[in-house]
Design a protein around this ligand. Structure first.
Ligand code: GDP
Length: 292
């Protein structure tokens, strides 16, 4: 999370130096705020509505007795950022039925396969028995990668090394994974072309009828995250999002904001290559780290 915090450090320093708010100070804060959000790749329309709302509050609201003005200004920015990222409500990771099926989507390299194993471990630690299915027939290494990760964390795995038909693999996988509470289906991230990928994803979706479709987005792609989400959403519903590689970029704010804009809730964030480096997304905690 460090890179994002660095983006906002100039803004925070500026605010810490103020003793009063007049038009000139407000303009300086607005500019610095916009600059930080722009560098974090937050879409322009969101930056505009965000800063308008924050500045309006700075003009209208007065800090409660005993709270210094500068702290209150930071609080307003903090509060508005939390709102931008989906509000205070806790992410729901309950398993409403057994087996509960989560299907993962995402372009190649987004971190899907790693995230599949991370999510399995996350639930395993909470006493839920997960199983993993690999349906990627395009990238042969995906099969070995997920099988090895499944062995490492000790959960059942289904895949077909020489398999050609992703839909059939998914169906056989579901039939073979008995006595699990949660099935996580990994899908291909590349195909002959984008349309072939999206059609395969839809065919798996229709065959598997997952309870939840989770889009995996690489934070380092910044603003492109929204375009990826929109492309997938033309073919299947997207219920939740996992944003990976939050440890290695300052652009994650863009991915978060852009994806949140599509209406899907961010559930998990990946914060490293290790299989245990997954965190539940919490807007308050996230923003607190960003603002330092
Ligand atoms: P897939 O093609 O979408 O299945 O992507 P992979 O799961 O193979 O991941 C692609 C690369 O990203 C691998 O080198 C992973 O170790 C790395 N990766 C995945 N998640 C994270 C993360 O949260 N942080 C970091 N730093 N690397 C990650």
């Amino acid at each position: 999370m460090r890179p994002l915090a660095e983006l906002f450090s100039k803004l925070i320093d500026k605010i810490r130096g103020i003793d009063y708010l007049d038009e000139q100070v407000l303009t300086e804060i607005t500019r610095e705020l916009q600059r930080s959000l722009l560098k974090a790749d937050v879409p322009l329309d969101l930056i505009k509505s965000f800063t308008d709302r924050a500045v309006q509050r700075m003009k209208e609201e007065r800090p409660p007795p005993g709270i210094p003005l500068k702290d209150y200004v930071i609080y307003i920015i903090y509060d508005e950022l939390v709102r931008l990222l989906g509000g205070e409500a806790e992410v729901n990771v309950g398993i409403p039925k057994r087996p509960y099926v989560i299907m993962l989507l995402g372009v190649e390299g987004s971190g899907k396969t790693t995230t599949a194993a991370k999510i399995a471990l996350f639930y395993l630690k909470r006493g839920v028995k997960p199983g993993l299915i690999e349906t990627d027939t395009i990238r042969p290494a995906a099969y070995d990668q997920l099988r090895q990760l499944a062995e490492k964390i000790g959960v059942p795995f289904y895949g077909e090394r020489e398999g050609r038909d992703a839909v059939e693999i998914a169906k056989r996988g579901l039939a073979s994974l008995k006595n699990v509470d949660l099935v996580i289906v990994d899908t291909a991230g590349r195909h002959r072309n984008e349309q072939a990928l999206l059609e395969e994803v839809r065919a798996i979706y229709e065959a598997v009828k997952p309870d939840e479709v989770m889009l995996v987005v690489d934070a380092t792609v910044g603003r492109q995250a929204a375009a990826q989400a929109e492309a997938f959403m033309k073919y299947v519903p997207v219920h939740s999002v996992a944003i990976t590689k939050m440890d290695s970029t300052a652009r994650g704010g863009g991915a978060l904001a852009a994806v949140a804009k599509t209406g899907a809730r961010v559930k998990f964030i990946g914060v490293g290559e290790g299989v245990d480096e997954l965190e539940l997304f919490n807007a308050r905690k996230f923003v607190a780290r960003v603002l330092g």
